[in-house]
Design a protein around this ligand. Structure first.
Ligand code: WQD
Length: 334
């Protein structure tokens, strides 16, 4: 079976390509290298011992996309390629709406033209907005997104649902990720955002290596067990395996699954766990809340277990160890 993976050199995309190759799938990657690096190609080949085709193209370029489909004729698509920085989406909404929506529209049009009817979409827990109930199930209300990035994920879900209504042959699995962190155990691939990281984990590892001086904890007056924000952190390899299960269990219609561990950890929990596992201090200071942040968010992942036979296997210690191992390896290779 040939799977076309858009954004396949990115953080989650590259880990998913590794799992696909290791499970005997043929893989074709389209990646524009906006937020990824070409050296990930060799890293994937070293990890898996397998080869795959790469097209350095933008999924928003419909002519190029059509050309690729005419050559490759994939059986299914996993669509990761999107801009994903929450803060940047607030300052550049047009860029986010155009890129994140046109890429999906192009893909769906070209897929149907070439009879490719299996679509796995990379969505996000952000579609739930500020959750009314916890843990979050797939039946929870969506909407109330607090930034254009989250809104593009929600709009894409609506687009895919409407396309399926117009063409029941076009099957969709929507995977709503909670907070992906960690890295492949080899330390060859992981999360390496350009510039100052927005997300917690990449920031913590850079403070641990001394690249950044101190972690700012955005508020300790939330209604949580220690006042700091609680999230459901999931190992990126667990997330990657969830995509395999989605492909293997694809059924007609549109299916939604929360990919989380079901465990919530606070920012202070994360700092303490990181220090304990890696034996390194992470200095921090408490500052004001970050606008748009919610207090608490964690999944009820039981539907993915029931219907896909998937559940997260890695614990918080694995995530801490693998995140740090990756960044240390990056520094070694410099
Ligand atoms: C986690 C916690 C912060 C940085 C975002 C996107 C979401 C998904 C994951 C793509 C919060 C606190 C953070 C820092 C801090 N991405 N924090 N100091 O905001 O839960 O989710 O990334 O799908 O869509 O919204 O993740 O890592 O930014 O924050 O105190 O320097 O860490 O307040 O409580 P978030 P995050």
């Amino acid at each position: 079976m040939k799977i076309l993976v858009t954004g396949g050199l990115g953080f989650i995309g590259s880990h998913t390509v590794v799992e696909l190759l290791e499970n005997g799938y043929e893989v074709v990657v389209i990646d524009a290298l906006y937020n990824s690096s070409i050296d990930v190609v060799d890293k994937i080949k070293i990890i898996t011992g397998k080869d795959f085709k790469l097209y350095v193209e933008d999924v928003c370029n419909k002519e190029k996309l059509d050309e690729i489909f005419s050559i490759e004729k994939p059986d299914a698509v996993i669509h990761f390629a999107a801009y994903k920085a929450v803060g940047e989406s607030v300052s550049k909404p047009i860029m986010y709406y155009r890129n994140n929506l046109v890429s999906t529209l192009n893909l769906c049009e070209v897929m149907q033209k070439y009879g490719c009817n299996k679509f796995v979409f990379s969505s996000s827990a952000t579609v739930y907005g500020d959750p009314e109930v916890l843990p979050i199930t797939e039946e929870c209300k969506v909407g109330g997104t607090t930034n254009p990035y989250g809104s593009t994920k929600l709009m894409n879900e609506m687009i895919l649902r409407d396309i399926n209504i117009s063409n029941p042959e076009f099957s969709v699995v929507i995977l709503r990720y909670f907070n992906p962190i960690g890295a492949h155990k080899s330390g060859l691939i992981g999360e390496k955002p350009n510039g100052i990281p927005n997300n917690l984990m990449p920031y913590i590892v850079r403070v641990a290596t001394g690249e950044l001086e101190i972690l700012s904890i955005f508020g300790n007056d939330y209604p949580t067990h220690d006042g700091t924000g609680v999230r459901d952190y999931i190992h990126v390899v667990d997330l990657a395996k969830g995509h395999l299960k989605a492909i293997e269990n694809m059924k007609s219609g549109v299916s939604y699954y929360n990919l989380g561990t079901g465990m919530g950890y606070s920012v202070l929990d994360m700092v303490k766990a990181f220090e304990k596992v890696n034996g390194v201090k992470v200095p921090y200071k408490i500052v004001d809340r970050r606008p748009g942040d919610i207090a608490e968010c964690f999944a009820d992942p039981s539907k993915a277990y029931k219907e896909l036979g998937w559940k997260a296997e890695f614990g918080i210690e694995d995530m801490m160890r693998d995140s740090y191992n990756f960044i240390l390896k990056c520094k070694e290779d410099k």
